[in-house]
Design a protein around this ligand. Structure first.
Ligand SMILES: Cc1cc2nc3c(=O)[nH]c(=O)nc-3n(C[C@H](O)[C@H](O)[C@H](O)COP(=O)(O)OP(=O)(O)OC[C@H]3O[C@@H](n4cnc5c(N)ncnc54)[C@H](O)[C@@H]3O)c2cc1C
Length: 456
């Protein structure tokens, strides 16, 4: 069958649906790796590129804060780290992040000695036993490979992460561990599997992963990708339907125009796939099956507050701590990226059921609840508020990335390889719900398309 590109004088046309990090990373990598110039069009429904990577600024003072993704994950101590390499390639300076403290009953527990003095010897032993069990179940190497592995032993055993957690019988230890992990999981332990639960526990361990963020805001990644990518970017252009053509091309249908391309990359979060019509009986069925496999929504809510000054610096010395409020909530010190910040910014990241339940509250009520959750040592902050923002991310991430049974990588990205060989999907829900995962997806697809072009 003649390919579109061959028909039109050898120019290969690539259409990318979604201008979030996944779409932008795919465009950039394709441009770097293809052995010929491409015509790339990026169709983005909203008025901006970047999706859930967005750095906001307050009105009262132009201080930056993260609206979506706040931390990047560094796995370079174990093996290659494509995200770290990309950030370096884009020339972006970064700052390390860390946080060990967990707040229970208003007190900060910074280490196992604190756990013992606050919760007793039994709690310390139970936390240590959980840690040994977790590390025994997943080595740093297995952690690194876990998103690629189709048959991580735990899935066969069933029971999920809730069952694994239930083995912690000491109530104080269980409370401590629940608070430590809840915000990162964005779901409840019962709603995810052991693989993802262990990933989220072990990410607190420097043997497995380090954390960092981009100085000036993570959105700088988006800005640099856009600056380096030659593409026809169409903002406010929602793709409503996708259909394959007899000649092997793909039509991307928007309200005003249809874009015919040789390769289409649907770089949407799982929750947005359902709003696109995938036409033709076999493609409709294949995409419905794809959507059903990955249908495990998880939730976040972010409350970000600008204060007259970083009043917490004597108490909070790290980039974040875990609060007991909201079932376990990460409190970020957003000012930690500035050496001598004039103002202070704290960000509360509510996850899972708490995010879903609190979504019913008004912004004012949420801001009041966030301030109320400050431990006694930080209570003075309630009098120092300059401005506050709320960002709601209900159903925006995956509670069980990869699905219950992760699929072989070659099957993840092409839901209908026979009927729609030119249609690829990219998304963090295929890997681990992170930017590392979405880059993995983007590079896999870019590599596949560049390889196919090279053999023509
Ligand atoms: C609150 C929060 C905190 C997070 N924290 C972290 C973190 O600390 N570290 C980390 O690594 N990851 C984090 N993540 C996850 C990270 O943001 C995602 O992995 C990443 O944004 C996924 O990129 P994406 O391009 O697949 O999707 P998105 O970022 O969602 O981008 C998709 C784009 O597609 C557009 N779109 C939707 N429908 C259509 C359509 N029909 N046609 C055209 N365009 C469309 C959207 O407008 C959007 O711009 C967090 C996410 C949230 C919500």
């Amino acid at each position: 069958m003649a390919r579109q590109g061959q028909e039109t004088g050898g120019v290969t046309r690539v259409g990318i649906v979604g201008g979030g990090p996944g779409g932008l990373m795919t465009a950039y990598r394709l441009q770097c790796w293809a052995d010929r110039p491409l015509e790339i069009v990026i169709l983005e429904a909203s008025e901006r590129l970047g999706g859930k990577v967005q750095t906001g600024r307050f009105e009262a003072a132009p201080v930056p804060y993260e609206i979506g993704a706040a931390e990047l994950y560094d796995v370079s101590p174990i093996d290659e780290d494509p995200l770290k390499d990309l950030v370096a390639e884009l020339g972006l300076p970064v700052t390390g992040m860390a946080g060990q403290a967990v707040e229970l009953d208003g007190e900060l527990l910074a280490n196992l000695d604190d756990v013992e003095s606050r919760l007793g010897r039994g709690a310390r032993e139970a936390v240590s036993a959980f840690d040994r069990r977790s590390r025994g179940r997943m080595s740093p190497r297995q952690f690194y490979d876990s998103d690629l592995c189709e048959s991580f032993a735990d899935e066969a055993e069933g029971g999920g992460f809730g069952r694994f957690m239930d083995r912690v019988e000491h109530p104080g230890a269980r409370r401590y561990l629940d608070v430590l992990m809840h915000s990162d999981l964005a779901t409840e332990p019962r709603a995810t599997n052991r693989r993802y639960g262990l990933q989220n526990y072990l990410m607190n361990d420097a043997d497995y992963m380090l954390l960092y963020s981009v100085d000036g805001g993570n959105e700088r990644i988006v800005e640099e990708l856009v600056r380096r990518t030659r593409a026809d970017v169409r903002l406010s252009t929602r793709v409503e339907a996708v259909r394959t053509r007899e000649d092997g091309g793909v039509d991307l249908v928007t309200a005003k125009e249809t874009f015919t391309v040789d390769h289409a990359i649907v770089a949407l979060p799982h929750g947005a796939l359902g709003s696109v019509r995938f036409e033709g009986p076999r493609l409709t069925a294949a995409m419905a099956e794809h959507v059903a496999h990955y249908d495990h929504p998880a939730h976040y809510l972010r409350v970000s507050i600008l204060f007259e000054r970083p009043f917490w610096k004597d108490v909070l010395h790290e980039s974040f701590l875990m609060l007991e409020a909201f079932g376990g909530c990460c409190l970020y010190d957003e000012s930690c990226r500035s050496a001598d910040p004039e103002y202070g910014v704290l960000g509360w990241l509510l996850g899972g059921d708490a995010a879903l339940e609190h979504d019913a509250l008004s912004d004012d009520a949420l801001i009041a609840a966030a301030l109320e959750s400050l431990p006694p040592a930080l209570a003075e902050g309630r009098e120092l508020v300059l401005e506050a923002r709320v960002h709601r991310w209900i159903g925006a991430v995956s509670a069980l990335p990869g699905g219950l049974q992760p699929r072989p990588v070659e099957l993840r990205h092409r839901p209908s390889p026979q009927d729609a060989p030119g249609l690829h999907v990219v998304g963090d829900y295929l890997y681990d719900s992170t930017l590392n995962g979405v880059l993995e997806a983007a590079e896999t697809v870019a590599d596949h398309i560049a390889g196919a072009l090279a053999t023509r």
